[in-house]
Ligand binder design. Structure first.
Ligand SMILES: Cc1cc2nc3c(=O)[nH]c(=O)nc-3n(C[C@H](O)[C@H](O)[C@H](O)COP(=O)(O)OP(=O)(O)OC[C@H]3O[C@@H](n4cnc5c(N)ncnc54)[C@H](O)[C@@H]3O)c2cc1C
Length: 381
């Protein structure tokens, strides 16, 4: 008997889940993978696009090149999810399956921050990173703010990485002395689970003259005054605003009735939702790990392993452990790593820091290369 699995979203979570099921179960499973896009882009590639290191074309991994023989990819937009019936409607048809996995990530809500769309920029989407890349060359003097508009947000180190890379970019252009860089983050430190990582980032900020505005969120941009209005009412003037927009579950998930407090609650060990046969992985959940690709794929692996064991009649595999490694760009071709553990001591995540080096930068490249090979069959680049 073939088990049908419907995977919604072909990001980190959906790609890892479908490729693992295909690899482990062959034709004992039939996977349908649905995404509205025609290509996958690693989150960290948006920083390469922003600073003109790679073109958007170079970082796209087209879904037509998926290397997963037992997976049927459909480029369609999901318009309704009925988790009770495990029925999904798209602009191309209706699907039902034995198992439904929601891996639809997080959407950006620019409208939640008044003034952001008119006066600011965001670099969390490819079009946003492209638009900022195009204005950067004409930015020669003034204040640049890298500002977080709401939490939770994807990849907590990314605002700090953007500030460090912006400093380097401006330095290389010979205009750094004429620019003030400020980072506004709604946490007390850049990476709260790892004091050593935060210390290293703050030391780099101090060395490079980057100002850190802690425990504050950008609530609005005032287009007339060109000021960022923070959540305590204070104001920071800016000439260029690089924003991290408010994140929310995709609207189709919100209206499905699956969310509580904005995100899909799941059993942290199994990633099961309260609907039988329905799982959710990655950024769309409130599982308790940060919104980052490594955690989405780790959760997807756990769901895949449970399905594989069930279909083969084997014993239940270990549950999700909430661990993952994040790479952090430090400039000068050096990358640091933080290995974080969110579940071992509940409520007290911990992180181990590996200082920036060229060696760790190579590890990050290897991380991307291995995913390209696993999901798309691409062996170089
Ligand atoms: C600047 C930046 C840097 C980052 N750096 C890192 C990093 O170094 N390491 C790391 O681990 N993470 C990083 N991330 C975070 C990472 O990209 C995300 O956390 C990760 O992609 C989440 O995976 P996911 O599978 O949960 O969702 P996603 O990868 O976002 O996938 C969701 C998919 O669902 C699709 N979708 C949504 N709605 C619909 C719909 N209605 N119909 C059809 N399809 C739909 C989308 O097109 C998308 O392909 C970074 C992110 C950014 C923005």
């Amino acid at each position: 008997m073939t088990t049908s699995v419907l995977v919604l979203g072909a990001g980190f979570g959906g790609l890892e889940l479908s490729s693992r099921l295909s690899q482990e179960l062959g034709d004992r499973v039939h996977v349908t993978l649905i995404d509205r896009s025609d290509a996958f882009v690693f989150g960290f590639s948006k920083l390469d696009v922003l600073f003109g290191k790679k073109t958007s074309e170079a970082v796209r991994l087209p879904y037509r090149e998926l290397a997963t023989p037992h997976v049927g990819f459909r480029r369609e937009t999901i318009t309704a999810i009925d988790p009770g019936a495990r029925r999904v409607t798209t602009d191309g048809g209706t699907y039902e399956a034995d198992v439904l996995v929601v891996a639809l990530g997080a959407d950006y809500d620019l409208g939640a921050t008044p003034g952001l769309a008119e006066t600011g920029h965001e670099f969390y989407s490819v079009p946003g990173a492209e638009a900022l890349r195009d204005v950067l060359p004409s930015f020669r003097a003034g204040t640049a703010i890298v500002g977080v508009c709401g939490a939770p947000f994807k990849c907590p180190p990314a605002p700090s990485e953007a500030a460090i890379l912006l400093d380097e970019y401006l330095h290389e252009r010979g205009v750094r002395d004429d620019v003030r860089i400020q980072v506004v983050i709604p946490f007390g430190t850049p990476v709260p689970p790892s004091p050593a990582t935060s210390e290293a980032i703050l030391a780099r900020f101090a060395e490079r003259g980057i100002e850190f505005v802690r425990d504050r969120r950008v609530a609005a941009l005032d287009p007339a005054a060109h000021e960022a209005v923070l959540d305590d009412g204070s104001r920071l003037p800016f000439d260029l605003f690089l924003g991290i927009p408010v994140h929310r579950a995709p609207a189709v998930v919100e209206v499905s009735g699956m969310t509580r407090g904005g995100w899909i609650p799941v059993d942290p060990g199994t990633l099961a939702t309260r609907f039988p046969g329905v799982y959710a992985v990655g950024d769309v959940t409130s599982v308790g790990t940060p919104k980052a690709g490594v955690f989405s794929e780790g959760a997807a692996r756990v769901v895949a392993d449970q399905l594989v064991a069930r279909i083969r009649g084997e014993s239940e595999p270990p549950g999700y452990d909430g661990t993952g490694s994040c790479w952090i760009e430090f400039g000068g071709h050096e990358v640091a790593r933080v290995d974080v553990d969110f579940f071992s001591t509940p409520g007290h995540p911990t992180g181990t820091f590996t200082p920036p080096s060229v060696r760790t930068a190579e590890e990050k490249v290897e991380f991307g290369t291995s995913r390209r090979a696993r999901w798309f069959g691409v062996v170089t680049g």
